[in-house]
Every structure is written in structure tokens, then in C-alpha cells.
Design a protein around this ligand. Structure first.
Ligand code: ADP
Length: 484
């Protein structure tokens, strides 16, 4: 699939450090999850290479920090334009290594690029404050300054957008970055770095260190242990997030964590049922269920339970599964064999505990899994307690609004939640009662660049996107000027 890139120079297999493409004696294979084919052999870096990249970012920092907001704006805006100009190639790289359907990949490129555009604009709006003085011989100021060298570790499910959502605000704020992309999807990441280079980003301001799974662990340790790295931003599993948080304790690093979710999707009996079905399909099956905001538990009120199952089941049964490069595919492969094992385990467990299989429930060829609906799910089942991260929709029946809220909140996670209702009072009550960082009311897909994305409880720390997203990368300094 990569032979068809319009710009063959976007296919990079070396790491990007200090403005240079750097190879390594050791390489690791990147696979197409749809075919198993090896797409490329990418430079496999280790802890010492990460230190070299941190060094480069540290050296590049003073000049970047002292550039004007308008200069940073201009570079970021050029980068945005290049990302959009190469939308098709970036989407091809993404579909090849990640598997999502090409239309979805194009959508992610636009979504990911939108963060670069937004923070290009926000770069010009990092304002300080003057405060009322407590004594007339003084003047009180608040400065907002870039935090310094930032490290980032990103996942494979959004190979582009999870990078730009961190890097764009960091660069806009005047920070420099060392990033380790997911081992499954380095090709998209490297193409994004190449476009940053073409946009005129100075050497060392953005560095990408690529590594396999084992190397990623070592690089992660190096990022956390470095005193020069002042901020770590991570998107991935809660398990790894906890580990990184512990590893960052000795250097008291500022942390941004975007971790797992277990999103409830509630359909009340006053909902527009067709809209709820549309929303559930979009929320659940996007990226084959492999997003941290995908509906994981679908709760439907008793009066509309069977009607919802009929409509939803019919729609799920019609979803076309196939290679993301086939134009009619709406669900691609899962990222790796272990992901299919997890879906299987959740399905087997639910069936053993009394769930009814309505649609799917089986592997197709290779890494493809049939879109699946289970009815009569219960709180005891694994699929209620854990994030499946795959195309499994367990449907639970509930009776009252209070019960729905209690069930929805019965999890250590708190990222996204969704519900459908046409009752205005209920919309406010339930939105306020759900313990999570983001709520979709009559909406199944809610993320965009200018809204705060993030979770509470064990789903993470901090917010990405929106005006608040740049705050992560800024320190506040109070200046008290006396002798007036
Ligand atoms: P997923 O289950 O989505 O693969 P992970 O949390 O395992 O989520 O991976 C997300 C990112 O974290 C990837 O870039 C991966 O290489 C990296 N990663 C995994 N384990 C560690 C670790 N122990 N230290 C640092 N990074 C890690």
C-alpha cells in the first residue's frame, strides 16, 4: 500500500533527532494489521539515544523559548497547511500500519491537524496578568512561561492526533519536545515530523525517538529520570500511566495522563431511539472499538430495551468489515492478536454468565473480529468492569434514572459518558451526576480541537485541547515589584 504515496519522501524509517534522520544498527518491523505484511524496518533506539534527543531538545530550548509568539505561530501554521496538503498520504500511512478505514484515517489527519492550527492561534494568546497591589509602593505581575523540555509518549490508536494534541500546544507555548510514538505506528509519526521539518521548525525543537516494545520501556525510564525533562505527557493504558507516574516522582515532573476509559452509553425511554442507535454505532465501532472514549457499556431503559436491541442489532449486523483500503470497509482489523484474545475473553465470559449473543461474537480471518452485540449483560461480567477496546457492544437493561447513574459510575474510570434523552431536566441532572471528564448528551462523537478532552478518577490528569490545553506547558510566575 505504501508504493502509492504521492510523496515517497514521507516514508521515513529513521528516528528524527536534532533536525537529522538518524538510523540505528537494530531495527524493528512495522506490520500491516490487515495482511500481516511487513511494511518497514524502523530504527530501534534505546535509553542512550533518548538522552541524546533530550540533550538536543535542551540545547534548542533557549532560542525557541525566546522566539516571538508570532514566529511560533507562523511555523505552526505552515505545519498545519502541510499536514492538510498531505492528508491523503498521511491517511495511507495510517491505514497501512494501524488498519482503520481510509476515510476514518483522512478524518484523523484533519482532526490532528486542527490542533496545530488551533495552537498556532493560541500561541499569540499566552497573556500575563497584573493584579491589584496590596500596597501602593508595589506592582504585582503574573508571568506565564514555557516549562522547558517536554517528553511525550503516544499510543497507536490515533497515530497522528495524539501526537499533535501534545506537540502543538507545547511548541506554541515555547517548549521543546522529545516524543516516543507507539511501536505499532511509527510511520505516521515520522511523516508528521518530516512535515514539521519542512515547515521550518528549528533543529532540536521536536525530536522523535522510535523503539520496539522493550526499547519503549527503557526510553520511558530515561524520560522520567531526566532532570532536564520538566513535563511528561502520556496517552495509553492506565497500567502504564500508573507506572510512569511513579517513575516521575523522584524528579517531581509535571504530568499529563490520558488513560483508559469505560464509557457508559445510556438510552433513556424518552430518547429519540434512531438517533441513539446512530450515536451508539458511531461511538462504539469507530476505530473498531479501539478508542478510550468508545462506548463500552450500553445501558437501555426497560421500556425501549427490546426496540433498541432490534434496531441496533440490525445496524451492527450490516457493518462491513474489511481491509481499510477497500472503499466500503467501515471496520478494519484489530491492532494485534492479543486484542482479539481480549474480545474473545470478554465474549466467552459474558456468555458463560448468561448474556445473549445477538450479532457476531467470533473472529473472522486474520486480525478481523465480527462486530458483536450481547444482550442482557450484567455488572458481574468482565465487559462491564474492563475496557474491551474492541468491537463488542454489551447491552444492559435498567429501570430508573437513579439506577442508570449508579451503574454508569460504578467504575474506577471517568473519561467519557454518553446519554440520550429529550427531557431537559434529565439532561442537566444526569450530565451533572455522571463522574467523568466529558459527556455527550444526544451525541456519540464529541471530540474536537477547541474543547477540553480528558478524564477524572483513574482515567487521567489534565486536559488536552481548548484554551486550557496550553496551560499544561506553562509555568506561572508571580513577580512582586517594590520600590515604586
Ligand atoms: P496500548 O495498550 O494502547 O498499547 P500502552 O499503554 O501499552 O497502551 O502503550 C501506549 C504507549 O506507551 C506506547 O507508545 C508504548 O510503547 C508505551 N509504553 C508501554 N509500556 C511502557 C513503559 N513501561 N514505559 C514507557 N512507555 C511505555
Amino acid at each position: 500500500p505504501l508504493a502509492l504515496l504521492a510523496d515517497a519522501d514521507l516514508l521515513k524509517t529513521d528516528a528524527f533527532v536534532d533536525g537529522q534522520w538518524v538510523g540505528a544498527r537494530r531495527r524493528f518491523a512495522v506490520h500491516d494489521p490487515a495482511t500481516g505484511q511487513v511494511l518497514a524496518q524502523v530504527a530501534n533506539l534505546g535509553a542512550a539515544d533518548a538522552e541524546v534527543a533530550i540533550d538536543a531538545a535542551h540545547r534548542a530550548w533557549p532560542a525557541w523559548r525566546d522566539s516571538t509568539a508570532k514566529q511560533r505561530h507562523a511555523v505552526l501554521l505552515r505545519w498545519f497547511q502541510l499536514l492538510m496538503a498531505h492528508q491523503d498520504d498521511l491517511a495511507r500511512l495510517m491505514t497501512a500500519e494501524q488498519g482503520k478505514p481510509l476515510a476514518e484515517a483522512r478524518g484523523e489527519v484533519a482532526y490532528g491537524a486542527s490542533f496545530v492550527e488551533w495552537y498556532a492561534e493560541q500561541a499569540k494568546r499566552v497573556n500575563g496578568e497584573t493584579l491589584p497591589q496590596f500596597d501602593n509602593s508595589r506592582r504585582l505581575l503574573v508571568l506565564r512561561q514555557p516549562i522547558g523540555v517536554c517528553a511525550a509518549i503516544t499510543p497507536w490508536n490515533f497515530p497522528l492526533a495524539m501526537i499533535t494534541r501534545k506537540v502543538a500546544p507545547a511548541l506554541a507555548a515555547g517548549c521543546t519536545v522529545v516524543l516516543k510514538p507507539a511501536e505499532q505506528t511509527p510511520l505516521t509519526a515520522l511523516a508528521v515530523a518530516e512535515l514539521a521539518r519542512r515547515a521550518g521548525l528549528p533543529a532540536g525543537v521536536l525530536n522523535l525517538v522510535t523503539a520496539d516494545g522493550a526499547g519503549s520501556v527503557d526510553i520511558g525510564k530515561q524520560f522520567c529520570a531526566s532532570e532536564r525533562v520538566r513535563h511528561l505527557s502520556f496517552t495509553g493504558s492506565t497500567e502504564v500511566g500508573r507506572l510512569l507516574m511513579a517513575q516521575c516522582a523522584p524528579t517531581v515532573k509535571k504530568l499529563a495522563l490520558e488513560l483508559g476509559g469505560n464509557a457508559p452509553f445510556i438510552v433513556f425511554d424518552d430518547a429519540d431511539l434512531d438517533a441513539a442507535v446512530d450515536g451508539a454505532i458511531a461511538s462504539k465501532f469507530r476505530n473498531a472499538g479501539q478508542t478510550c472514549v468508545c462506548a463500552n457499556r450500553i445501558y437501555v431503559q426497560a421500556a425501549v430495551y427490546e426496540a433498541f436491541l432490534d434496531k441496533f442489532g440490525a445496524r451492527v449486523a450490516a457493518l462491513k468489515v474489511g481491509n481499510g483500503f477497500e472503499p466500503d470497509s467501515v471496520q478494519g482489523p484489530l491492532i494485534e492478536p492479543a486484542a482479539l484474545d481480549k474480545v474473545d475473553a470478554h465474549v466467552d465470559d459474558a456468555l458463560a454468565l448468561g448474556a445473549r449473543l445477538l450479532v457476531g461474537g467470533r473472529r473472522l480471518s486474520g486480525q478481523f473480529y465480527a462486530p458483536t452485540v450481547l444482550a442482557d449483560a450484567t455488572a458481574q461480567m468482565l465487559c462491564a468492569r474492563e475496557e474491551t477496546f474492541g468491537p463488542l457492544a454489551p447491552v444492559f437493561r435498567f429501570e430508573t434514572e437513579q439506577q442508570a447513574i449508579e451503574l454508569a459510575n460504578r467504575t474506577e474510570f471517568g473519561l467519557a459518558a454518553y446519554f440520550y434523552s429529550r427531557d431537559l431536566g434529565r439532561a442537566f441532572r444526569v450530565a451533572e451526576a455522571l463522574q467523568c471528564g466529558m459527556v455527550g448528551v444526544n451525541a456519540g462523537v464529541i471530540a474536537t480541537e477547541h474543547v477540553p478532552f480528558g478524564g477524572i478518577k483513574q482515567s487521567g490528569l489534565g486536559r488536552e485541547g481548548a484554551a486550557v490545553g496550553i496551560e499544561e506547558y506553562l509555568e506561572i510566575k508571580y513577580v512582586c515589584m517594590g520600590g515604586m
